[in-house]
Design a protein around this ligand. Structure first.
Ligand code: GRF
Length: 208
């Protein structure tokens, strides 16, 4: 990895929407808290506000639409080529809402990081916060959580965990209150996990 020669790691961030976690990374890079720079932001959704956040930070903001005639693997192979052209040390899935196939993942072994609003082994897939909140109301869980993990394969929201944090659910919570607290934890945990990766530069295989 080129990161071994450079004190600053290059990040490519994949998004689909609001981009508040992207913003946390941009801010941490700008303040020097994170020894990294976001070299490109790619969205599968043209309307993603995260693209505007990237433009405001003078970072290339790229929309990559999946065409209906394109297979998932063809899209992912094309996406991998685009990402590779920015020479990232790390690829961060920060609210990226497409499952990636091995056509993408095999190009970047141990270098794809995902943020998911649930603890390991719980609520994989979409609407994780809503599902945790409903489970709490049914008395099935006492808390929600956040994790940051590597994406070694096509498993959904699974892979070696880099950081995790419990988020309590309160009796008087609404889904909106819970989501707001979840986002605040996400922003902090994602930056902390990326700091660990960027600063230690330890072989990621050791984290498995
Ligand atoms: C986050 O909750 C993330 O965990 C989930 O999608 C959301 C993205 O939020 N996968 P944002 O676009 O970073 O604001």
């Amino acid at each position: 990895m080129t990161s071994l020669q450079s004190p600053i790691s290059n990040l490519v961030v994949l998004i689909s929407g609001h981009g508040s976690n992207l913003q946390a990374l941009l801010d941490a890079c700008a303040s020097g808290e994170l020894q990294a720079r976001v070299v490109a932001v790619i969205s599968n959704n043209a309307d993603a506000f995260g693209l505007e956040r990237a433009r405001r930070a003078n970072v290339p903001a790229i929309h990559r639409l999946k065409l209906p005639i394109q297979s998932r693997r063809a899209y992912d192979a094309d996406l991998a080529g685009l990402v590779a052209s920015y020479h990232p040390e790390w690829i961060v899935l920060a609210g990226w809402m497409r499952l990636l196939t091995s056509a993408f993942l095999d190009r970047f072994p141990n270098r794809v990081v995902n943020l998911h609003p649930a603890l390991p082994g719980t609520f994989p897939g979409t609407h994780a916060v809503e599902r945790a909140f409903e489970a709490y109301r049914r008395g099935e869980v006492t808390h929600a959580g956040i994790m940051v993990h590597l994406v070694p394969d096509e498993g959904v929201d699974s892979g070696p965990v880099l950081a995790q944090e419990v988020v309590p659910i309160h009796p008087d919570d609404t889904l909106e209150y819970l989501e707001a607290r979840m986002h605040a934890v996400e922003h902090r945990l994602l930056v902390a996990a990326m700091k660990q990766l960027v600063n230690t530069r330890s072989p990621i295989a050791d984290l498995r």
